[in-house]
Design a protein around this ligand. Structure first.
Ligand SMILES: Cc1cc2nc3c(=O)[nH]c(=O)nc-3n(C[C@H](O)[C@H](O)[C@H](O)COP(=O)(O)OP(=O)(O)OC[C@H]3O[C@@H](n4cnc5c(N)ncnc54)[C@H](O)[C@@H]3O)c2cc1C
Length: 299
């Protein structure tokens, strides 16, 4: 086992949020160790929608360029590893165990491990996730504009939102109960309602040609919007930290990313269901400035 010296900050997770924080901290001459398992949540996506300066960039290109930018700074050490456990200590405050057998000590911890997106279990859905199956109309609606689209279940508000991008929209109830008022609002906007359960998606490659319902009805669609609620990737990772959690199941943070535990910050998807690369980058940058002030206060 190789026990590493105590860097100023350890960032766990090097997606958009963690890499943004590393960049700002590294430029502020903090000694940063970034530990990243290398599986950002949007990896299956065909392109990043709505990120200024990178609109439509393939995620692999985006993360490659981010890694190259960080590599230019001698203040940033990037490690490809998974943090398997975080132990509260005396001083330094935390000891991290990595899957490669190493241990890292630190007094300042920035959590940026992202979230798992929970997908409906439907034949043919997972392999189309990030292409013809999507959860965020702001991210992928433009690429599917004016196409025949489906929405899997409720809520009705989400269907009314998706209606901005197409006038050929079918809400498949898939177990969702709609009130009479909701049906009226949906129909008033020309949204078809099909009472049924989707059992499979078919089409060439990652495209959808049609979805099949439990009663064998086939609906010709080109895209399907689903709900994909967040859950912690490794809930046990944070158990020793005793962090405050929001009602939506995210880590509670203040406006600069400070958690309920002194010396621990959290950014990106970990902290909010409002997930976007732009928000993750902004949160990482903001927390990095706050951590830099913490370093100044401690010096
Ligand atoms: C399919 C899909 C498509 C999307 N499309 C868009 C879009 O077009 N536009 C947009 O703005 N947003 C989009 N989003 C949302 C956006 O990708 C996320 O909000 C954003 O990437 C979150 O960044 P993050 O850094 O918090 O987490 P992530 O990007 O998930 O990065 C977390 C990193 O931490 C690593 N990690 C996790 N656990 C550990 C550990 N224990 N030790 C070390 N490393 C660890 C992971 O491997 C990963 O590299 C999409 C999301 C998905 C799922």
């Amino acid at each position: 086992m190789n026990e590493q010296r105590n860097p100023d900050v350890v960032i766990v997770g090097g997606g958009a949020a963690g890499s943004s924080a590393a960049l700002v901290l590294g430029r502020a001459r903090a000694d940063v160790t970034l530990i990243d398992a290398g599986r950002p949540s949007n990896s299956p996506s065909t392109g990043i929608g709505g990120l200024l300066g990178n609109d439509g960039t393939e995620p692999a290109d985006f993360y490659r360029r981010a890694t190259e930018e960080l590599a230019a700074y001698p203040t940033i050490t990037r490690r490809r590893a998974t943090v398997e456990a975080i132990h509260s200590e005396g001083s330094p405050r935390w000891r991290l165990e990595l899957d490669d057998g190493d241990t890292v000590l630190t007094d300042r911890l920035l959590l940026a491990t992202g979230m798992a997106y929970t997908l409906p279990s439907i034949d043919g859905l997972e392999e189309r996730w990030g292409a013809s199956v999507f959860h965020c109309p702001f991210c992928h609606g433009w690429e599917h504009r004016d196409q025949p689209l489906g929405m899997l279940g409720g809520p009705a508000e989400r269907a009314l939102l998706l209606r901005r991008w197409t006038n050929d929209l079918t809400l498949i109830t898939h177990g969702t109960d709609l009130t009479d008022e909701e049906v009226e609002r949906l129909e008033a906007r020309g949204i078809r309602i099909v009472d049924g359960e989707v059992v499979s998606l078919d089409g060439p490659g990652r495209d959808i040609a049609y979805v099949t319902l439990a009663d064998d009805t086939r609906l010709p669609l080109r895209g399907l919007m689903v709900a994909a609620p967040h859950r912690f990737r490794q809930p046990q990772l944070f158990s020793s930290l005793d962090l405050a959690i929001t009602p939506s199941g995210h880590i509670r943070v203040d406006e600069v990313g400070a958690t309920s535990v002194a010396g621990v910050w959290a950014v990106g998807d970990l902290t909010s269901p409002m997930a976007s690369v732009a928000r993750a980058i902004a949160a990482g940058s903001t927390a990095a400035a706050a951590i830099t002030h913490d370093l100044v206060a401690a010096s």
